[in-house]
Design a protein around this ligand. Structure first.
Ligand code: PMP
Ligand code: GLN
Length: 387
């Protein structure tokens, strides 16, 4: 009899995989898993193709191409005012791998790890697999704000780490400077290390600034900042990510990374290095296209009588089903809508452990406007059948 580790014994596929599989099976419009439609930016494809043809296709250095590590540091200096050296940056196979390496390197058995809910689905299982104990701090819609009292109340003498996803997927919110300062202050006072999942840092709208928790007072030596080219360039299949931390912390996490994937395809690393060097306008154009899709979906949903929650970042809009006159739970609505209406979505409750809201649905807006219109028409027609 083969014993499977309890974390994996009864584990289901991720909600993203589940919904994308259903979307394929039913030929549904996929507003579930987050990825942009349409061709990749030709500059990025050209850079990757050139690198495949002209550069080495053998193992690059385990911690990433030096050129890419330098470019990531320069990108953060330019965009976020951070002062990082190459030694502080390690390239990984997506942010998911960076998160795994961080947890494997930082959690020792019995450590408590604070997780804000909703949370990206890999956090809690990876904390458990590393021997830690996830401790939930729930956030509440529609604003999903961070408050000192519940965070402080969740901290015990065993708390070692805090995971912060800012901007927050699935909510699409961005922490304010005051919230980040409060979280940094708690980290310093309770000697916590923060794993900052900032993959959505460059997908912020309406001039809302993203600040890294790493830049807050006292955090330089107690924060690991995680990023992903998948989000910055809308190339989710490339799986080029990274983490940044103080040199000794980066080195230790790099040792965990070396036995997870060891390295990441070199052509994609070269292309990401080229892409990160593009001028700010290049990124602004891409963001403007996503912002236009966001407005298009929000307007169409509102015209159809759906209640849309505020959004300042990510590729996601959330709708409040209850306020939209729908009595189904988000899970039931999502499971039925993909089959009966031909629209895949993500029930936000799938990203909650324990009690949480059951009436919030996440829709990805990074799609062609006509597809968004068709999806809203289908959702509205489906809602009418529920009355
Ligand atoms: N963290 C968050 C909050 C995410 O939304 C995602 C992907 N959507 C990831 C991590 C994983 O990023 P990657 O695809 O680079 O592994
Ligand atoms: N994070 C992506 C999303 O929120 C999905 C990533 C995945 O499928 N693992 O849609």
């Amino acid at each position: 009899m083969t014993d499977i580790h309890p974390v994996y014994a009864a584990m289901a596929p991720t909600i993203f995989e589940h919904m994308s599989a259903l979307a394929r099976e039913h030929g549904a419009i996929n507003l579930g898993q987050g990825f942009p439609d349409g061709p990749a930016h030709p500059d990025m494809l050209d850079a990757a193709a050139r690198a495949l043809a002209e550069r080495s296709n053998q193992y690059p250095p385990a911690f990433g191409l030096p050129e890419l590590r330098d470019t990531i540091a320069a990108f953060y200096a330019r965009r976020q005012g951070l002062s990082l050296t190459r030694e502080q940056v390690v390239v990984t196979s997506g942010a998911t791998e960076a998160l795994a390496a961080a947890l494997l390197a930082l959690v020792t058995p019995g450590d408590e790890v604070l997780l804000f809910q909703p949370a990206y689905d890999s956090y809690a299982p990876m904390v458990r697999r590393a021997g830690g104990v996830p401790v939930s701090v729930p956030l509440s819609p529609p604003h999903w704000r961070y408050e000192a009292a519940p965070i402080a109340a969740a901290i015990t003498p065993r708390t070692r780490l805090l995971m912060l996803n800012d901007p927050l997927n699935p909510a699409g919110t961005v922490a304010s400077g005051a919230e980040l300062a409060m979280i940094a202050d708690l980290c310093v006072r309770h000697d916590l290390t923060a794993i900052c999942d900032e993959v959505w840092e460059d997908v912020c709208f309406d001039g809302v600034p993203h600040r890294s928790l790493l830049s807050m007072p006292g955090m330089a030596r107690r924060a690991v900042k995680i990023g992903s080219a998948g989000k910055i360039f809308g190339l989710t299949g490339w799986k080029v990510g990274w983490f940044c931390a103080a040199p000794d912390i980066a080195q230790a996490l790099g040792r965990a990374h070396q036995f997870l994937t060891f390295t990441t395809p070199p052509a994609l690393q070269w292309a990401v290095a080229e892409g990160l060097g593009k001028p700010d306008d290049w990124f602004a154009d891409q963001r403007a296209a996503w912002a236009a899709s966001r407005r298009h979906l929000a307007d169409a949903l509102q015209r159809a009588g759906f209640t849309v929650l505020p959004n300042a970042a990510t590729w996601f809009l959330c709708i409040d089903l209850a306020a939209s006159g729908i009595a189904l739970t988000d899970r039931d609505f999502s499971e039925r809508a993909v089959r009966e209406a031909g629209v895949a979505s993500i029930p936000v409750s799938a990203l909650f452990e324990g009690d949480g809201p059951r009436h919030i649905l996440r829709l990805c807006f990074a799609k062609d406007h006509k597809i968004l219109d068709e999806a809203v028409a289908r959702l509205a027609a489906f809602r009418a059948t529920l009355a």
